[in-house]
Design a protein around this ligand. Structure first.
Ligand code: AMX
Length: 416
């Protein structure tokens, strides 16, 4: 269904070709770094660098924060610093989990994948859905959106406490979980609850990561799932829980976990002083064994993902990141992989997507539990999904129900 125009999704738009004006360079791999990369994804018309200039950061920080991105996605307007801080305070006030959800999460086995736990926790939050309660009372269709907004804000507010609890239970059992600090932004609190509050650089990286992963048009699997399930008038908790299980697939959000697993086994096999030729051989080994190269390719984009470029730029701004072996390896892989994938000849986009870079920075900073990485993506993707649930209810969008065909009918169509 690629290219099929079938959905309304107002908050962001992808353009497959927009970022295609690379500068001429004698060495093709170097030109990748000089793409006019400020395009390809726009949030209400703003590219990632536009957002980095216009959207308020956290006090003491430089990177975009989730609150300012959420405000932009929901309203189409750039918030002031005061409005952003007001939203931070509201989210902190609403951020605690109901005790039964804490108990539920604590009862899950540590061997259950963190994404499965996140989906279970988000679905359970629907006990307190104001949309569901209002629907049962009997409300007019024109009022649906207000209750959907209420649930959406509560969901975004509670995700850090839920995600941090899962991290603590699976990887640091017995460790204390700090209380939510009412004076911190959403991701500042998340980082603190994960145990990295003192690491300013990692907290800033998480702010950038969570803001730019927040929305990615409507047709990607997680956003589309939220929209489809929401169209049945399931509340935002149930709709987003469903979206999380789409995000948990290795061709979608789980790719960031897979990238790291793949890069680490490359590091183990070839060592830190690796040449371009050795990486080329490793890439061919992966392809010849019938696997995809994780972190490369995209359903829509046909150039390097602007989110990948933004994360690479974050690395370039910090010399200690550039000397990290895993970050070096990701960069070197990027210098080789597009040509190998072009020669392989299958993928329509031989360039990196966001997952090619996102995990290695977390790994460098000590957040090495890569099965957890998609949970961080899951904290982020809510921003876009709930925004569109609110607008779908405000605009009275209908139940989604495309037509399907039987195999026989398809054969008949093909024979005409
Ligand atoms: N390595 C090897 N082969 C690849 C490839 C890759 N990275 N990307 C695509 N291909 C292959 C496909 O498997 C397909 O082969 P087939 O004809 O034998 O089935 C062929 O190239 C054509 O695929 P496409 O039209 O270019 O891609 P798509 O729209 O069907 O799928 C995507 C897009 C992202 C699932 C795919 O590129 C992929 O599997 N990439 C690796 C996994 C990954 O990084 N996923 C994360 C995407 C971003 C995200 O959602 N977080």
């Amino acid at each position: 269904m690629r290219g099929l125009r079938a959905m309304l999704w107002d908050s962001s738009v992808l353009d497959p070709e927009e970022a295609s004006h690379s500068l001429y360079m004698p060495y093709p791999y170097l030109s990748l770094f000089l793409f006019v990369h400020d395009q390809g994804i726009r949030f209400h018309g703003l590219s990632i660098p536009d957002c980095q200039k216009a959207l308020p950061a956290a006090p003491g920080g430089k990177e975009i924060i989730a609150e300012s991105m959420l405000w932009l996605l929901l309203t189409g307007q750039v918030p002031s610093a005061e409005q952003t801080q007001q939203l931070s305070r509201e989210l902190a006030q609403k951020g605690n989990l109901p005790p039964f959800v804490e108990k539920l999460i604590d009862s899950l086995p540590g061997t259950l994948h963190p994404m499965t736990q996140l989906g279970i926790g988000v679905a359970a939050l629907n006990r307190d859905s104001s949309f569901q309660a209002a629907y049962e009372r009997g409300i007019k269709k024109s009022e649906y959106w207000t209750y959907t907004l209420d649930d959406s804000i509560n969901l975004v507010a509670r995700l850090p406490a839920l995600a941090a609890r899962i991290y603590r239970n699976v990887y640091k059992p017995g460790a204390a979980l700090p209380e939510i600090d009412p004076n911190l932004d959403l991701v500042g609190n998340y980082s603190r609850m994960l145990g990295y509050g003192d690491n300013h650089d990692l907290t800033e990286y998480l702010r950038l990561y969570i803001s730019i992963h927040g929305d990615h048009e409507g047709g990607n699997a997680s956003a589309h799932t939220a929209h489809l399930v929401g169209s049945t008038l399931s509340d935002p908790y149930l709709s987003y829980a469903a979206a999380l299980f789409a995000l948990a697939g290795p061709l979608h959000g789980l790719a960031n976990q897979e990238v790291l697993r793949w890069q680490l086994s490359m590091l183990k096999e070839v060592g830190e002083e690796v040449s371009h030729d050795t990486i080329r051989e490793y890439l061919w080994e992966t392809l010849k064994s019938g696997q995809v190269v994780p972190g490369y390719g995209h359903g829509v984009l046909r150039n390097p993902d602007p989110r990948f470029i933004a994360l690479q730029e974050f690395c370039e701004s910090k010399p200690e990141l550039l000397s990290s072996p895993i970050i070096q390896l990701v960069k070197k892989t990027y210098e080789v992989a597009p040509n190998v994938l072009k020669e392989h000849g299958k993928t329509k986009n031989p360039y990196p997507n966001v997952d090619a870079a996102s995990g290695c920075v977390l790994y460098h900073y000590g957040l090495t539990e890569f099965k957890y990485y998609t949970v961080i993506f899951g904290v982020s993707r809510a921003l876009g999904c709930v925004t569109q649930l609110v607008w779908a209810r405000a605009l009275g969008l209908p139940l989604e129900r495309p037509k399907s065909y039987s195999l026989e009918a398809i054969e008949q169509l093909a024979s005409k």
